[in-house]
Design a protein. Structure first.
Length: 460
């Protein structure tokens, strides 16, 4: 319940997402071209597929499409992560999911801060994929100690935003003027600063250990490294990226193109080489360059159940590891996923994906039906409409693939697989939510609502 005179979390999140988009467009002009490309592709898809447009309108998903974004940041310390959790809480965003990227040679583990309430997601589903550097994975003891010292000395949050977070926690909200001030102060944490906090020699040592380590440690804050719009046809968007002056990834991360999209597909243009200024002797700095920020596009499909996710993971591994290596990866992926059902009826019938259920019309039942009849029987009878629940989260292998492609490629460092969810949650100061439990809750609530509406309407 919002207090009288206080601005709701959804509105603060919307203001922040808009301000973030404006800032990133100024910092990375190609982002503007990227959003223009996505808007054109989406308009074409909606024109060519009236049924899709009607479904998006009926579920409220069309209104959120143009504003939908996700960003990504990388933090260096537990204290930074804990404070970031408090900052995002002001915007109604909570940590969902634990992602171990060390398995793919990236020395971070991550969560996604996002809204979880269905109404909040409909208003603005802004997400920030937030990674914490795994300093324990830096093999060189001396280099690890130096990175710890550098990170301990920096302050990524302004005094103003810290005061406003405290005010929100104490008073349970922010008034209009304070909400705008919060947005301005919070934005400073995510801004790009070309001045490094280290010398060129230190940067090179950290860069040689891993490019991502240098990106996290050597700058004043966790500059937003991409801001991602959502497309309805990622294959078309990727094909058109070169005409907008963007060098696209060779491979779209995630599942192949399907009649019923599942989970998440992502592509990006190559990271920009940006001029930076290293610390030098006295007042003289040394010019250099850094690559980290890039442009990304995503296409979201239906959320999968644990059973569906297990099948997805198995087929993805088969596509990556099995078969002749002279066969292009995209072809191996399509072959592997021929085993994954590609109709909504099959996805529901085999309990591979989550759906929301709504009454097709008035709360009435045909003869012989009761309110407790199997939900699939109601769907077949036309009493209930099933709509895929959108996957709001991320995929660790895909995230690592995007990271690697924009950190100079390669297979990543040879880190031992060492997930540390407990350590991450200790640093966070909270448990991360289980995304599957959220989707299951949404599906189950929709079924309960239908049965409640139908009680007493059955015809004998």
């Amino acid at each position: 319940m919002e207090k009288t005179g206080m601005i709701g979390a959804d509105e603060i999140r919307t203001r922040f997402a808009r301000a973030m988009s404006d800032m990133y467009r100024q910092e990375v002009p190609q982002y503007g071209a990227l959003t223009e490309l996505v808007a054109r592709v989406n308009a074409r898809v909606l024109h060519d597929d009236p049924a899709l447009k009607a479904r998006l309108e009926a579920t409220g998903s069309l209104a959120r499409l143009d504003v939908e974004r996700h960003g990504a940041i990388r933090l260096g310390t537990a204290a930074e992560l804990a404070t970031m959790r408090r900052l995002f809480a002001v915007m109604g965003m909570v940590p969902v999911g634990y992602y171990d990227l060390s398995v793919a040679g990236i020395p971070v583990h991550s969560t996604a801060f996002r809204p979880v309430d269905d109404v909040a997601l409909g208003r603005n589903p802004f997400r920030v994929f937030t990674s914490l550097l795994r300093l324990d994975l830096i093999a060189d003891d001396g280099l690890r100690a130096e990175a710890e010292r550098i990170l301990a000395a920096r302050r990524i949050f302004t005094p103003g935003v810290l005061a406003l977070i405290g005010q929100w926690e104490e008073e349970g909200g922010l008034a209009d003027v304070s909400a705008d001030l919060f947005v301005r102060e919070a934005l400073e944490t995510f801004r790009w600063h070309r001045e490094a906090t280290v010398s060129a020699a230190t940067y090179r040592r950290l860069h040689d250990a891993h490019r991502l380590i240098a990106d996290v440690v050597c700058f004043k804050g966790p500059h937003i490294n991409h801001l991602t719009p959502r497309t309805l046809d990622i294959d078309a968007a990727q094909a058109e990226m070169p005409s907008y002056g963007m060098r696209a990834k060779d491979v779209i991360e995630g599942p192949p193109r399907r009649a019923c999209p599942i989970l998440l597909r992502q592509t990006s243009f190559a990271a920009l080489e940006e001029p930076i200024l290293f610390l030098g002797e006295g007042h003289a700095g040394e010019d250099g360059c850094h690559t980290a920020r890039f442009g990304e596009i995503e296409q979201r499909g239906v959320a999968l159940t644990p059973k569906g996710r297990a099948l997805y993971d198995r087929l993805l591994c088969a596509a990556r590891d099995d078969g002749p290596k002279d066969v292009p990866y995209g072809m191996r992926l399509e072959r592997a996923f021929m085993q994954f059902p590609d109709t909504e009826d099959a996805l529901r019938g085999q309990e591979l994906a989550y759906f929301r259920y709504d009454l097709a019309g008035a709360a009435t039942l045909p003869p012989g039906f009761s309110a407790d009849a199997p939900i699939e029987d109601m769907v077949r009878a036309g009493v209930v409409v099933a709509t895929p629940i959108t996957y709001e989260d991320f995929l660790p292998v895909s995230a690592a693939g995007i990271f690697r492609s924009n950190l100079g490629g390669g297979g990543g460092a040879d880190y031992a697989v060492s997930a540390d969810r407990a350590g991450f949650e200790t640093a966070l100061g909270a448990e991360v939510l289980d995304e599957c439990a959220l989707y299951a809750g949404l599906q189950n609530r929709s079924i309960t609502d239908i049965r409640d509406a139908l009680r007493g309407t059955a015809v004998a």
